[in-house]
Design a protein around this ligand. Structure first.
Ligand SMILES: [Ca+2]
Ligand SMILES: [Ca+2]
Ligand SMILES: [Ca+2]
Ligand SMILES: [Ca+2]
Ligand SMILES: [Zn+2]
Ligand SMILES: [Zn+2]
Length: 284
């Protein structure tokens, strides 16, 4: 097993909040806040991430961090910016909350990530499967797919790791890799993706992960489509034009959007517990 570079996850989850697109389904804290238009749990962190400080300080580890911002790590160096982007991806929702050894749903509820996971050979989606079927599906290389419409529509950019249907393969090695299986794209993706489980060099373009976030109902500022709570989206990344990179239009003060907190709101944010720890490693 290669050295663990970093791990991260949502620091809390919410379900059935005002504005939740799908009922009885857990959302990672950051996404729940975004969809609710408010901070649902101000005392709690949304994302927890840890980065391995032994990298570069331990002679037995033959790698070092590259802290430059230009995506040009030298031989034996791992790009820190890429690692941060990858870990933030987990924190923003690129992870299931299903128990990967038992297949049980987290506290008995679906999570937004598993809604798009498919066992291709049976055609079943994860929410509809038994615990045992989910365990089997997570150790079925090439057969565990992401079927979200945005990813499928963009999957033509892949020459490997993609099924003829446009479904994209998720990481499902025949021996479970705890915390890593399911919650990554397959390492078979070509070109390499930011959200593959193993370090693949400097990648500052989030690639297909952006479409996966759109499938989770993150709105994407810069995709040319106005999605609430965006006030505009001019499809570019120019910040000082009439539509800023926050998609809130020209500098007009925005009224706060206070949603009603549903009675069923469940807050588990502790700032300590990471839901799953999704390690990224140097390839063994
Ligand atoms: Ca299967
Ligand atoms: Ca790859
Ligand atoms: Ca948009
Ligand atoms: Ca702009
Ligand atoms: Zn499929
Ligand atoms: Zn990861």
């Amino acid at each position: 097993m290669g050295a663990v570079l970093a791990l991260a996850g949502a620091a809390g989850v919410d379900r059935d909040f005002a504005g939740a697109p799908v009922a009885a389904t857990f959302y990672p804290a950051a996404l729940a806040d975004k969809l609710a238009g408010m901070d649902l749990f101000p005392p709690g962190d949304d994302v927890g991430a840890e980065f391995n400080s032994s990298i570069g300080t331990t002679c037995t580890l033959a790698v070092d961090w590259y802290y430059g911002l230009d995506a040009s790590p030298g031989f034996g160096e791992v790009d820190f910016v890429t690692t941060v982007l990858h870990e933030l991806g987990h924190g923003l929702g690129f992870a299931t909350f299903v128990d990967d050894t038992t297949g049980e749903k987290f506290l008995g509820f679906d999570d937004v990530f598993m809604l798009q996971l498919e066992d291709h050979s049976t055609g079943e989606l994860w929410p509809d499967m038994s615990d045992a079927e989910r365990v089997t599906s997570s150790t079925d290389p090439g057969d565990l797919h992401w079927v979200g419409a945005e990813v499928v529509a963009a999957s033509g950019s892949l020459s490997d790791g993609v099924h003829a249907s446009g479904h994209v393969e998720m990481f499902a090695p025949s021996t479970l890799d705890p915390g890593s299986s399911v919650s990554h794209f397959s390492d078979d993706l070509d070109p390499d993706g930011l959200m593959e489980p193993f370090e693949t060099g400097a990648l500052h373009d989030v690639g297909l992960a952006l479409e996966l976030f759109a499938d989770l109902d993150w709105c994407i500022c810069g995709n040319g489509v106005v999605e609430p709570p965006e006030l505009c989206d001019d499809g570019n990344s120019i910040d000082d034009d009439f539509c800023s990179n926050a998609c809130q239009g020209p500098p007009v003060p925005m009224l706060p959007v206070w949603g009603r907190v549903a009675g069923a709101l469940l807050l588990l944010s502790t700032g300590i517990v990471l839901l799953g720890q999704h390690p990224r490693r140097v390839r063994p």
